[in-house]
Design a protein around this ligand. Structure first.
Ligand code: TYD
Ligand code: MG
Length: 453
């Protein structure tokens, strides 16, 4: 653009700025992501009048015990660290159609009983929202709806109505008139987020912002949006299954790593209180090539079935495929099994699948992955009342993992009779009458222990 405005080129992936256009972002290496923008400083300078800042001693600052609002969905409350913190900014990301709007509209019913909620939609009309609200049985009189794309108008309405909670669905459809670029661009998203943040902090309003994700799975727009907000949640799940996982990747008011499990049904999202039962339901019993793993998500143990299929390679290089598990980690486990334990997979295709759409990246699932593969290779059944956890080291040793006792408790609760675990973990696990604990040092030992009944 010509004129006095100083233009910069901003990467829509990482937010890096450069003076020239490049086909490839010099900072993050993404291709064709640089967009011309009016520099942020010239956008800011319009409303910039310096105010003298106040410096305080840490002793004089009173902690504000921030109140939390309960959403009526315990799974969501737990992921947020105990409810929505008053005056906080939360970003909810996820694929299109995963259920972000459904989740947020659904919590309006409970929130609306004691607080006023303003639902701002830039994507749907009032009629569409009403239809959905009827289906979800949301009808509180404290729920206000605004269909608007103009950010200034939205900010004015927020100031007028002074709600306790605002939902912006979605930030990519919001548009600040003073910024030249199109909605959804990096500057628009950043400036809209900052504008809403300034208002939210001043008026002590909690805000949920829906953000679309791009094809790589990151929230579209600059990474800076994740830095601005207090809490970043991802809503994920397999489109073909009705289960949805809510994952927290950043939380200024609680722990991250917590996950919430939901099921999408005809009347919106229902909470799944016992995810292990859900993940293990309908699993085939007494077949080879499957092993149950126990993983910890946040503070919560979960059982999941891991399946390994081993079949002769048809032609050329053997294929290796992993769903729900890291491909490189699979390669490493296979190398250890060949070199250290004497199980050979070199002319075999290998497929590993974590049932239920979970992504397991914890080292403790190494052992069940290895056992499912050996079971598939030898065509030996792993008893269905038996589960395993443990990390595999490069010398073939089974290494201790964290929270062993919690994992065993979950196995007991779900009626398992035998647990194969790292021998070094045995001392930290309380003995129970109903379950047999077998400590192992190597993969081979683990497989042999699995077979003895
Ligand atoms: P939606 O919340 O619109 O997704 P997002 O806002 O993340 O794009 O979810 C839409 C999907 O959810 C759609 O495929 C239909 C399904 N759905 C149900 O199965 N049951 C319901 O009660 C509702 C409201 C939606
Ligand atoms: Mg939506």
């Amino acid at each position: 653009m010509a004129g006095k405005n100083k233009n910069v080129y901003v990467c829509i992936e990482c937010g890096a700025e450069s003076a020239k256009w490049y086909g490839r972002c010099p900072a993050c290496g993404a291709w064709n992501t640089l967009e011309e923008q009016i520099s942020a400083s010239s956008a800011h300078s319009k409303n910039g009048q310096a105010v003298k800042a106040v410096v305080q001693s840490i002793r004089d600052i009173r902690p504000n015990d921030k109140q939390r609002y309960h959403t009526g969905l315990q799974e969501l409350d737990r992921v947020l660290g105990g409810g929505i913190v008053c005056g906080s900014l939360m970003l909810l990301g996820g694929d299109p159609g995963i259920g972000k709007s459904t989740l947020l509209l659904q919590i309006c019913e409970h929130l609306g009983r004691e607080h006023t909620v303003l639902y701002v939609s830039g994507e749907e009309s009032e009629g569409q929202i009403k239809l959905r609200a009827d289906r979800l049985q949301v009808s509180g009189e404290n729920l206000l709806v605004l269909c608007e794309n103009d950010m200034d108008a939205v900010l004015l309405s927020i100031q007028d109505t002074k709600p306790d909670i605002v939902i912006i669905d979605s930030i990519q459809t919001m548009n600040l008139a003073e910024i030249a670029s199109a909605s959804g661009s990096v500057t628009q998203v950043r400036e809209c987020t900052s504008a809403i943040m300034r208002l939210a902090k001043r008026e002590n309003i909690s805000v949920f912002i829906v953000g679309h994700v791009n094809k790589d799975g990151a929230i579209a727009g600059p990474k800076v949006m994740e830095h601005i907000v207090d809490c970043v949640l991802y809503f994920e799940g397999d489109r073909h299954s009705s289960y949805r996982l809510l994952r927290c990747v950043k939380n200024r008011f609680g722990s991250t790593n917590e996950i919430g499990v939901f099921e999408m049904g005809g009347q919106g999202l229902a909470e799944v209180e016992n995810p292990s039962l859900m993940l293990l339901s309908g699993r085939p019993l007494n077949v080879s090539g499957a092993c149950v793993a126990c993983t910890i998500e946040g503070t919560r143990p979960m059982l999941a079935e891991i399946q390994g299929l081993v079949s002769p390679t048809g032609f050329g290089n053997p294929r290796r495929m992993a769903t729900g598990f890291d491909y490189n980690r699979l390669a490493l486990i296979l190398a250890v099994l060949e070199k250290r334990a004497g199980y050979f997979f070199s002319n075999l295709d290998i497929y590993v699948n974590v049932v239920g759409g979970l992504w397991l990246d914890e080292p403790a699932v190494d052992l069940p992955v290895a056992l499912s593969l050996i079971s598939g290779l030898k065509d030996v059944i792993i008893p269905s009342d038996c589960l395993a956890f443990g990390e595999i080291g490069l010398t073939g040793e089974i290494r201790a993992v964290s929270n062993a006792d919690l994992r065993v408790s979950e196995a007991v609760r779900m009626g398992f009779k035998r647990v194969i675990l790292p021998a070094h973990n045995l001392s930290s696990v309380a003995k129970r009458d109903t379950i047999q604990l077998i400590g192992v040092h190597t993969v081979r030992e683990a497989f042999e222990a699995m077979q003895e009944s």
